[in-house]
Design a protein around this ligand. Structure first.
Ligand code: FES
Length: 236
């Protein structure tokens, strides 16, 4: 029930924000829902150009498909939503209501096999969000050039750390760095990387939850500052 309620709340919030197409940027913060911002409406936030120029809908819709497909096909989230939404099965050793079991062999669930490719895209998004955090150390409106920091900087920083922990603890990441090897002894570097990713992997479910909260909170913070509901707390 908790999984159902939290995921449903996130979906409602993310859908509302993705279609809002406003209050996603306030110097120097860009909401992670809208990054990278690739349309004409992004103006000062379009650090990667505007290849989608006059896209008529929200700028978030162009890029959210990547993190969304990453999370939807995640092994942990699959377990969660199969149980919480489809009761398939509701828990271990509890019979499921469906008469027939086809697993992930047919549409739409067969699409879950794209997870490896969604992970590649998530790595790119992770780099872009890290770039946004570097920019978040820049001046807000009215501040002089140089390094600055506000509460928003910390919010975006915490979010990107959790996003990286989630992305690097992914099962596909573990396989990408250490899979398809016959002898670890002949690949010490990959073995070391696999060992580190395996340690993170043990906490993947936690990172899935934490990063889900952090990305929503980061967006919420940027939105509240951008629409003037709150003022960003500036430290220096
Ligand atoms: Fe969860 Fe890859 S298994 S993100």
């Amino acid at each position: 029930m908790a999984t159902f309620v939290v995921f449903s709340s996130f979906i409602v919030y993310a859908t509302w924000r993705a279609f809002a197409d406003k209050d996603y940027f306030t110097e120097p913060y860009l909401s992670p829902f809208y990054s990278p911002c690739l349309t004409d409406s992004c103006k000062a936030a379009a650090d990667f150009g505007t290849p989608f120029g006059g896209f008529p809908l929200s700028a978030a819709l162009i890029i959210l498909v990547f993190p969304l497909s990453f999370r939807l096909t995640c092994y942990y989230y699959r377990k969660s939503y199969y149980r919480a939404f489809w009761l398939s099965p509701p828990a271990c050793a509890v019979a499921e209501p469906h008469a027939k079991y086809t697993g992930e062999t047919r549409l739409p669930l067969i699409l879950n096999n794209i997870h490896r490719y969604a992970w590649y895209a998530a790595m790119v998004i992770g780099v872009i969000l890290t770039y946004d955090v570097v920019l978040a150390f820049g001046p807000a409106e009215g501040e002089s050039d140089g390094i600055h920091m506000g509460l928003g900087t910390l919010v975006l920083l915490a979010n990107v750390v959790l996003i990286w922990l989630y992305t690097l603890s992914c099962h596909s990441c573990r396989h990408a760095v250490g899979g398809r090897l016959r002898h670890f002894s002949k690949h010490p570097v990959r073995y070391w990387m696999w060992t580190q990713v395996s340690k993170l992997n043990a906490h993947h479910a936690k990172f899935a939850w934490y990063s889900l909260f952090s990305v929503a909170l980061a967006d919420l913070y940027v939105m509240l500052v951008a629409n003037g509901t709150i003022e960003d707390l500036r430290f220096f």
